[in-house]
Design a protein around this ligand. Sequence first.
Ligand SMILES: Cc1cc2nc3c(=O)[nH]c(=O)nc-3n(C[C@H](O)[C@H](O)[C@H](O)COP(=O)(O)O)c2cc1C
Length: 375
Amino acid sequence: MLAPQISMRERMGMYNANALKIGLFGPNCSSGRAVTRVPERWSGTWPDNLRLARMADEAGIDFLLPIARWKGYGGDTDYQGATWETMTWASGLLASTRKIIVFGTVHAPLFNPIIAAKEFVTADHIGEGRFGLNLVVGWNEGEFEMFGVKQREHDERYEYAQEWVEVVKLAWSDRQDFDFTGRYFDLKGIRAKPKPFGGTRPLMMNAGASDVGRAFALRNCDAFFTNTASRRSREDTESKVRAVKAEAERIGREIDVYTVGVVTCRPTVADAEAYYRHCVVENADWSAVDLILGKKNITAENHSPADFQTARNGYAQGMGGFPVVGDPDTVARILADMSAAGLRGIGISFVNYADELPYFCDEVLPRLKRMGVRA
Ligand SMILES: Cc1cc2nc3c(=O)[nH]c(=O)nc-3n(C[C@H](O)[C@H](O)[C@H](O)COP(=O)(O)O)c2cc1C
């Protein structure tokens, strides 16, 4: 039987009419994105991931987005010390869910692009068109050493990734038995069947922060995932999103912009703020925070005490994601504001995803629906 045809627009819309797409970011890692010592922090075990994915699928959450992390950060909790490889994680979850989009987060320098292209197609068929690719070029130097792979200079990472993504897209195309000769790859007689599900290709996202990373996303991807939400004002977020979209338009492309948020939602604002403080101030894993900052060369020696403490606080509370803290009305208002600012979606995290998701879905999603942000 022939698979149904699906369009790139349907893929980008995640097969629903939700104006603001909401996904869970980071549950494939122990502790998720909360650098905290509280005992209820996220286990990241497979049974918990499976339970969470099914719960999110049932509740209408749009996507699951893993972090590509190979080595934990250490600290009191060995923050993100246990992680699932994201393609096998995504495949298992796609086989166990019905509607939700599941991304794989893939380091281009670590995977042969033909093997990667075939893995993406396999996951895409398992999920009948629900696989998405989040392409990253690499972050933590020590992780690459473990593979015997040398991290390239910053801008060259994206030159390499450009060739890599071209090979992947060619392997997905109808071309058969062709060669590819580039600066980094010399591949002969490429043949890759079957093709992605539904006569199109998986949704592609890129997480990057620099101008070069952004230009890469604009050229190659459907979505740009970044810390866009401004702590200053909605207008600030709006102008950042507008700038990205305008730049895409200039090169004849269309791109959706996604951001990152850390949600603490409780019946009252006071409860939410108290829990937030309890987790990421009083019980933060400060030793892990300092190891994370050290990898970015942010230290007490090269920063003023005030700047260093600001950076520490930012990383303790969800690795710099936007704090969305409050009662259901407040949380819904913050998310609706992001949507009004032009953001297409947000990858959120909780201290314990499975414990906190039901309340969020019961209380915040209906409010967003009433506000016209969710269908
Ligand atoms: C929202 C977001 C999510 C990211 N997720 C990952 C990840 O899962 N694994 C990883 O190694 N790097 C991740 N990165 C890092 C990027 O791949 C990239 O190396 C980093 O943002 C630096 O970008 P730049 O090289 O464009 O400055 C993420 C970055 C952002 C902004």
